[in-house]
Design a protein around this ligand. Structure first.
Ligand code: ADP
Length: 686
């Protein structure tokens, strides 16, 4: 079964799009290519967009989770020492020291106590300030950077604690210049403030922990100054420009110092990634920021929140590059998938189109084939009918030809008989003469014998024998002439045929005193002997008897025409056709009255004659023309308007060269006969 017999129907879901697609106007290849590129580009962009969004959401989620941990770690660090002020206030030595700040023994005792507590709690330092902010005792009393005697009344934690009971502050130590978190608490006795106890906590371990991690975390204060970060270069730098007042306040508190301190990091806010009502002063909680300008740009997803209980902000920054890389992969996959799908769809559409075209072509071909077969059948029928009728026509034609041939044979025979009838008078005369001579010669021979003149009697008997032989030959000739001729063609010497024909009409020639002029070039030398030499003879392809019959007929007509004419000359010319060597012409001319046009038009019609009844049948020329046709030649009456008389040209095919030698040039019986007759005539005349 043909693979193109049917197109498979579209699946139900694709029928509607396929119908719409088939109705779309056919567009150029360029438009198709552009549409394809646009489709792939839009698909890739959409895939990129959604993949980036999904990746960003995942980043935000992960970062938020991490921030939870980081924030609680930070808060844990910050609240770890909240118990210390309460613990210290329980120590009577500290209250006593605040009441008697100059007591050296007391100072020493408190110093050692603070040192022990610091060691136990792993705080950076613990120190006791009087209400003026001067340090009375400190855990680092025996170190070079001892706080003892230092005045911290300008520090915010002291001021806050003095006024509100507690104070918290992050900044560089004004003596040690080491960063730390300061937690200050007021010590009271009997409802009266005695002094301030401050604990300094180092957040370096936490920072070191963040640095070791693969995340970027930072903590910024209310002014946007980053004081804790996993990125060393960002320490004490700002998220956004500081106002002059803020800068002055920080300087007053001597909060942050060092190279690059309070310079901007240069993070550029690009866009918000997710809506969030809690808009922070530094940047929207979830946003995309760019890394410091000037360097290779890195885009970060920023997730931030305020550390509870403080005015600090903790932020997580995640490089978005891997997410974008994944999004690019997604876009690539989408583009490839879309390309493949589009190419596949186009291929399917194209294939269906090709199949549809082939089907329609096949149907057209089948229709054409059917039509062709019908035409062929019609033509074959017509041909068969034509063939049948042709065959019957051929059969009819052959039958007609056979009938015609038989008729012609009959006519030829009839013509011969007519000629014989015509010649019979002459022949009778011819025979009568020797018969009379025979009578005389035999009578005389008897007389000579009676008189004993034996020799003379013998002579007479010899003459008698000769005459008898001559008479026998005349009758034999007539018998031969009356025979039906065969159809075999053979080389025949024209000169010999002319001589034989002349012999048959010779009696009339002599009787009617007709001059015979023979213009037979190469045979002239042998005219008298009537035996042309082989090289000189004009040999034609003919049947000798039939050729002689035609010539006799032409000569007889000429003699008939010249009856009663003053000049009676029969001219016979033979010449080879100069233009076409394949033919030999025999021209028979007489000096009769010629042929009127009315007669000329009907010359070769059977039974047409102008001769009186009994003198001619009107078959001579018709039969002669038929014979000549059979010999492959032509017979025509020449136009002799310029001359008197009639002229007929008999054209015959020249015998092939190899056949010419075959023609026996030896005298035939007729020629010998003719010679003998002449001889007998001479004797008789004698
Ligand atoms: P027939 O001799 O019996 O009449 P032919 O067919 O031989 O029949 O000739 C037909 C006619 O052609 C003759 O009756 C004669 O009128 C004309 N014809 C033939 N030969 C000559 C000729 N040499 N000169 C004049 N007329 C001729």
């Amino acid at each position: 079964m043909s693979p193109f017999r049917q197109i498979a129907p579209w699946p139900r879901a694709l029928r509607r799009p396929a119908r719409i697609a088939s109705r779309l106007p056919s567009v150029s290849q360029t438009t198709k290519a552009l549409a394809f590129c646009a489709l792939v580009a839009v698909g890739a962009w959409t895939a990129y967009h959604y993949a980036e969004r999904a990746e960003t959401s995942a980043i935000i989620e992960r970062a938020a989770h991490r921030l939870d941990i980081d924030e609680s770690t930070l808060k844990g660090e910050l609240t770890r020492y909240d118990y210390l002020p309460a613990l210290l206030s329980l120590n009577p030595d500290i209250a006593e020291l605040l009441r008697h700040p100059a007591d050296a023994a007391l100072i020493a005792r408190v110093n050692r106590y603070l040192e022990d507590v610091t060691t136990d709690s792993q705080a950076a330092a613990i120190y006791v300030l009087d209400l003026n902010g001067t340090t009375l005792a400190a855990s680092n009393w025996d170190r070079p950077i001892s706080f003892v005697g230092q005045n911290f009344s300008y520090r915010p934690y002291f001021i806050d604690a003095l006024h509100s009971g507690t104070g918290r502050f992050y900044g560089l130590g004004s003596t040690s210049h080491l960063p730390g978190y300061f937690y200050a608490a007021r010590i009271e006795a009997d409802g009266r403030a005695l002094g301030i106890v401050t604990t300094k906590i180092s957040l370096d371990p936490l920072e070191a922990l963040w640095k070791r991690g693969d995340e970027t975390v930072l903590v910024a204060d209310a002014n946007g100054v980053v004081f804790l970060t996993s990125v060393p270069g960002w320490k004490y730098r700002t998220l956004h420009p500081l106002s002059a007042a803020a800068r002055a306040r920080i300087d007053t508190k001597r909060q942050y110092e060092g190279p690059g301190a309070l310079e901007e990091i240069g993070l550029v806010h690009r866009r918000r990634l997710a809506p969030n009502a809690e808009i922070d002063a530094v940047s929207p909680p979830n946003s995309l920021v760019a890394s410091p300008a000037g360097k290779r740009r890195t885009d970060y997803v920023v997730v931030s929140r305020t550390v509870s209980g403080t005015d600090w902000q903790i932020m997580s920054l995640t490089d978005i590059a891997p997410a974008r890389k994944s999004a690019r992969y997604a876009a690539l996959v989408a583009a490839l998938g879309l390309s493949l799908a589009t190419i596949g769809t186009l291929y399917v559409l194209q294939r269906r189109k090709v199949i549809a075209q082939r089907l329609s072509m096949r149907e057209t071909l089948e229709r054409m084939n059917d039509e062709l077969e019908r035409k062929v059948a019609r033509r074959t029928g017509a041909l068969a009918r034509a063939n049948k009728s042709l065959r019957s026509e051929i059969i009819e034609h052959k039958r007609t030809e056979a009938t015609l041939k038989a008729t012609l044979e009959e006519l030829v025979q009839a013509g011969k008989m007519a000629l014989i009838g015509q010649m019979s008078a002459g022949i009778t005369h011819e025979l009568n003469q020797p018969l009379a001579a025979l009578r005389t010669l035999s009578d005389n021979a008897l007389l000579f014998l009676q008189r004993g003149r034996r020799e003379e009697a013998e002579d007479n008997l010899r003459v008698i024998a000769g005459l008898i032989e001559r008479m026998g030959k005349i009758t034999a000739q007539l018998r031969r002439f009356s025979h039906k001729a065969g159809t075999e063609l053979a080389p025949v010497a024209v000169e010999r045929a002319i001589a034989n024909a002349l012999f048959l009409v010779e009696l009339r020639l002599r009787k009617e005193d007709v001059e015979v002029v023979r213009n037979v070039p190469d045979a002239t030398a042998h005219a008298e002997s009537l035996v042309p030499c082989a090289p000189c003879a004009h040999l034609v392809l003919a049947d000798a008897n039939r050729l002689e019959q035609v010539l006799v007929n032409l000569f007889a007509n000429a003699l008939d025409a010249m009856l009663g004419c003053a000049v009676r000359r029969l001219s016979i010319a033979v010449h080879a056709d100069t233009t076409d060597d394949a033919f030999v012409d025999i021209v028979v001319t007489d000096t009769g009255p010629g042929i009127p046009d009315a007669v000329r038009a009907r010359l070769f019609e059977p039974f047409f004659t102008t001769k009186p009844p009994g003198a001619g049948l009107g078959l001579g020329l018709a039969i002669s023309a038929g014979i000549v046709r059979e010999l492959g030649g032509t017979l025509k009456a020449d136009d002799t308007a310029a001359t008197n008389g009639a002229s007929f040209t008999l054209r015959l095919r020249r015998a092939p060269a190899q056949d010419r030698a075959d023609e026996a040039i030896a005298p035939t019986t007729l020629e010998r006969n003719r010679a003998t007759t002449n001889h007998a005539d001479e004797e008789h005349d004698d």
